[in-house]
Design a binder for this molecule. Structure first.
Ligand SMILES: Nc1ncnc2c1ncn2[C@@H]1O[C@H](COP(=O)(O)OP(=O)(O)OP(=O)(O)O)[C@@H](O)[C@H]1O
Ligand SMILES: [Mg+2]
Length: 199
């Protein structure tokens, strides 16, 4: 039963990811921007992974914000997907006994959501390729053969539409810090027409 359930879940995720990719590439992804309290939004999103992390023997922690973050305009469903993809990776590519810290900060005119894990890490030459469609490192394939290499492509597309980008720092064997960076001010995000070309 459990295997069948897992396979089914995997298929649903794959189909949804392929649909997202297709919508992005044809400029048909619809965005609805809503003013959002990022602190509680990210905290809630992290909460969705507590059980998975605990089952895997990983300590997942949301570290409350130090900087005061003003309400920010985001598409909540899309941004949730973007953050989930990154936390999911941290859970996937971290061994039992490891830890994941999620925190928000302000850097100049940007907000930064950082997901730092003590996992398998990424070789420096692979970092620029992480958000390429279907790219997976050998280390990741060994650890988890089932991935499709679409998660970060989708996350990058969603961040583009928010005027932002993905930044990754990592040391092989030590861990990774994957950051979602996007502007605090709505005016700095691209207009719809521009985003359709950019994504
Ligand atoms: N936290 C991380 N630690 C180590 N490697 C990572 C991490 N996050 C991403 N990667 C690397 O980046 C690759 C791309 O990630 P991405 O989420 O796009 O695909 P995936 O996890 O392989 O599959 P899926 O589309 O099912 O999420 C991964 O296969 C892995 O090699
Ligand atoms: Mg992934």
């Amino acid at each position: 039963m459990e295997v069948a359930y897992g396979t089914n879940e995997h298929m649903i995720k794959l189909v949804n990811d392929l649909l997202d990719v297709s919508r992005m590439e044809s400029g048909k992804m619809e965005y609805v921007f809503i003013e959002t309290d990022l602190d509680s939004f990210v905290k809630e999103t992290v909460g969705l992974f507590m059980e998975i992390a605990t089952t895997k023997g990983i300590t997942l922690t949301y570290i409350p914000v130090k900087d005061k973050i003003p309400p920010i305009f985001i598409d909540q469903d899309k941004m949730r997907t973007a953050i989930q993809n990154v936390i999911e990776n941290a859970c996937e590519y971290t061994l039992r006994g490891g830890k994941i810290d999620v925190r928000i900060s302000k850097q100049a005119r940007n907000v930064v959501i950082s997901v730092a894990d003590s996992g398998i890490g990424i070789r420096p030459e692979h970092i620029p390729r992480l958000s390429n469609k279907f790219f997976r490192t050998e280390e990741a394939v060994k650890m988890c053969p089932n991935g499709s290499g679409l998660g970060l492509f989708i996350t990058q597309g969603i961040l583009n539409r928010h005027g932002g980008s993905l930044r990754v720092e990592s040391k092989i064997g030590k861990g990774s810090d994957v950051k979602l960076v996007f502007p605090l001010e709505r005016e700095l995000a691209p207009q719809v027409e521009l985003a359709k070309e950019a994504v």
